[in-house]
Design a protein around this ligand. Structure first.
Ligand SMILES: Nc1ncnc2c1ncn2[C@@H]1O[C@H](COP(=O)(O)OP(=O)(O)OP(=O)(O)O)[C@@H](O)[C@H]1O
Length: 248
């Protein structure tokens, strides 16, 4: 297995309280990996560390095949400002931000690409609609269109189907399958274990520490899931970071 991402002894803390503790794991390249675990298990924090939004206080995150991979990141809906005064088309065009730049204008190819992406997520006809007028499902479709345009090698999704209707979920899962066929690396935080088993061949089970990682059926055994739950019940939110080397 080639690793797209390698986490080496990664600890991430908020106010010195670890949310992710000593995690070492490899994310396989060109595959779909789900991150699962109880509430507060550090799943979102782990994803944010991968994209560089939070800093590891210990350990490191490596991209073995390149110095800096092209990453697309979809935060939880609750972290996204939906009142931003911008049309669907302009928001999708932000996926080409790196090519267009802060003061550049989108060219015909960019607009064509954006229209294709909008079409692919089932939002044809919504191009000029202000984002604020979209339903939660339509908004999530628009965010997926932006990621399609971004054309990233590594795609990180944080609970993308939370509070999204079944039809939209099915359509967006089809896009995830397309990324999988394209051999892109997808890492997705999910709560629905049936959805994980049906769509994600690899899984990573978190309970602030890594409980298990590997092929989904081997990682998400009843014993591992029970262990994760038991750890969640005994968390001490005031615990500090342990420094194994200092303790030795
Ligand atoms: N910005 C922050 N400041 C302080 N503490 C935070 C912050 N973000 C997360 N935490 C804490 O870090 C821990 C892990 O949170 P995180 O959101 O990563 O977990 P999660 O597994 O994604 O949870 P959920 O399934 O509920 O979304 C929790 O105790 C949370 O309260």
């Amino acid at each position: 297995m080639t690793a797209a991402l390698r986490l080496v002894d990664v600890t991430v803390a908020y106010d010195r309280h670890p949310a992710v503790h000593h995690v070492s794991v490899e994310i396989p390249e060109g595959a779909c990996t789900a991150i699962v675990g109880p509430n507060g298990a550090g799943k979102s924090t782990l994803l944010k560390a991968m994209v560089g939004l939070v800093r590891a206080v210990q350990g490191r995150i490596e991209f073995p095949r390149r110095t800096r991979a092209k990453i697309a990141y979809l935060p939880q809906q609750s972290d996204v400002d939906r009142t931003f005064p911008i049309s669907v088309l302009d928001m999708v065009l932000l996926g080409r931000w790196h090519g267009i730049g802060a003061f550049g204008a989108a060219g015909a190819a960019d607009i064509d690409g954006a229209m294709h992406a909008i079409d692919a997520v089932g939002l044809r006809g919504f191009e000029q609609r202000p984002l604020s007028t979209l339903s939660a499902g339509q908004f999530q479709r628009a965010l997926f269109a932006r990621m399609l345009l971004q054309d990233a090698e590594i795609i990180l999704l944080d609970e993308p189907f939370n509070a999204i209707d079944a039809r939209t979920t099915a359509d967006l899962l089809a896009l995830v399958r397309r990324w999988r066929e394209d051999r892109r690396t997808v890492v997705c935080v999910l709560h629905d274990l049936d959805q994980v088993r049906a769509n994600f061949p690899h899984a990573l089970l978190m309970a602030r520490e890594l409980i298990a990682a590997g092929p989904t059926e081997q990682a998400l055994t009843p014993a591992n899931l029970l262990r994760a739950r038991a750890m969640a019940e005994s968390w001490d939110d005031t615990a500090g970071i342990c420094h194994p080397s200092a303790a030795a």
